[in-house]
Design a protein around this ligand. Structure first.
Ligand code: ATP
Length: 137
């Protein structure tokens, strides 16, 4: 299978989260999911808050949570620059659930003092993190 792989790099301002050969990936593009395989045409895309799914060179299905950013595909490499990103297995689910509840409560309050746009983003990050911890079907 090695001949059908390409390089995925996921970088945040804090760290290089991932750098390895993969077989396939699906990224949360602003205008819908973006599936990438080897020899994909060059591409630059803005990413949503969501889950990035990929298949490693040995065929394991993995997920990470991404909180928005950009993806560039060029020369058989995909590079994701994300504001934050976590591997599914390093996510603290209880923390994400608590963040989800906090954001939901804020969104229920009709007050000028609540920044609804900020609460919505926080809710989306929490949902993406919870989804990234779920086992792929
Ligand atoms: P919280 O309210 O729980 O801090 P948040 O959405 O405000 O959530 P961010 O500002 O997006 O958090 O992230 C801050 C840092 O914490 C980043 O490095 C991010 O990767 C990490 N992080 C956030 N939530 C989790 C989580 N549930 N498990 C592991 N790391 C997390």
């Amino acid at each position: 299978m090695a001949e059908s792989t390409f390089m995925l790099e996921v970088v945040t301002p804090e760290r290089i989260l991932y750098r390895d050969e993969i077989q396939f990936m699906v990224a949360p593009g602003i205008e819908g999911e973006l599936g990438i395989m080897k020899n994909h045409a060059p591409l630059v895309a803005a990413l949503n808050i969501g889950v990035l799914r990929y298949q490693t060179s040995t065929g394991a299905a993995k997920r990470m949570a991404i909180s928005g950013g950009f993806m560039e595909v060029i020369d058989n490499g995909a590079r994701v620059l994300a504001e934050t990103a976590e591997h599914g297995d390093e996510i603290d689910v209880l923390r994400a659930k608590a963040a989800k509840e906090r954001a939901e409560k804020r969104l229920e309050v009709k007050s000028e003092e609540i920044n609804h746009a900020r609460a919505k983003m926080s809710l989306q990050r929490a949902i993406a993190r919870i989804r990234a911890t779920e086992k792929p079907i």
